[in-house]
Design a protein around this ligand. Structure first.
Ligand SMILES: Nc1nc2c(c(=O)[nH]1)N=C([C@H](O)[C@H](O)COP(=O)(O)OP(=O)(O)OP(=O)(O)O)CN2
Ligand SMILES: [Zn+2]
Length: 146
């Protein structure tokens, strides 16, 4: 019987954003998001933890080569999000608010697609995104029924 192990890597990136929903009026946005709706935005030093899950390969002793995970995060997260304005530089956030919840889902699908192309299909287990030291979002690819 093979052991199932969770392997994790953490990276940090800096990005600016403004919480603003295009479906709401300016007044409603200001009321809902408060200081985070500041028209000129604000920034965070985000921390993202990417966790993969799988059997230990008996030949290599690894669930996944960490060099591959490092490269994956560099291409899907760092190159796309680090030192960027999420709302202006990332098309995904053109029409949806750049909350941590939406950002975690964006990162999940970017990493999932990358890993699938690299023969690591189904290995992604969890994205844990720290917007601040106190505000943390977890996404595991789950969807509601509706
Ligand atoms: N559900 C969510 N609520 C909020 C989000 C979010 O992404 N999802 N984001 C924000 C702001 O962007 C930002 O995170 C708020 O920062 P801040 O209040 O400074 O962060 P802290 O809570 O860590 O700081 P305190 O000093 O403890 O207030 C707002 N809401
Ligand atoms: Zn913010």
């Amino acid at each position: 019987m093979s052991s199932i192990v969770y392997l994790s890597r953490i990276e940090t990136f800096s990005a600016a954003h403004r919480l603003h929903s295009p479906s709401l009026s300016d007044e409603e946005n200001e009321k809902l998001y408060g200081k985070c709706n500041n028209p000129n935005g604000h920034g965070h030093n985000y921390k993202v933890e990417v966790i993969v899950k799988g059997e230990i390969d008996p030949l290599t002793g690894m669930v996944m080569n960490l060099e591959d995970l490092k490269e994956c995060i560099k291409i899907t997260v760092m190159n796309v999000l680090d030192h960027k304005n999420l709302d202006h530089d990332v098309t995904y956030f053109k029409d949806i608010p750049s909350t941590s919840e939406n950002l975690a889902v964006f990162i999940w699908y970017s990493i999932k697609d990358y890993l699938s192309e690299k023969s690591y299909k189904g290995i992604l287990y969890e994205i844990k995104l720290y917007e601040t030291e106190k505000n943390v979002v977890i996404y595991r690819g789950e969807k509601s029924d509706d």
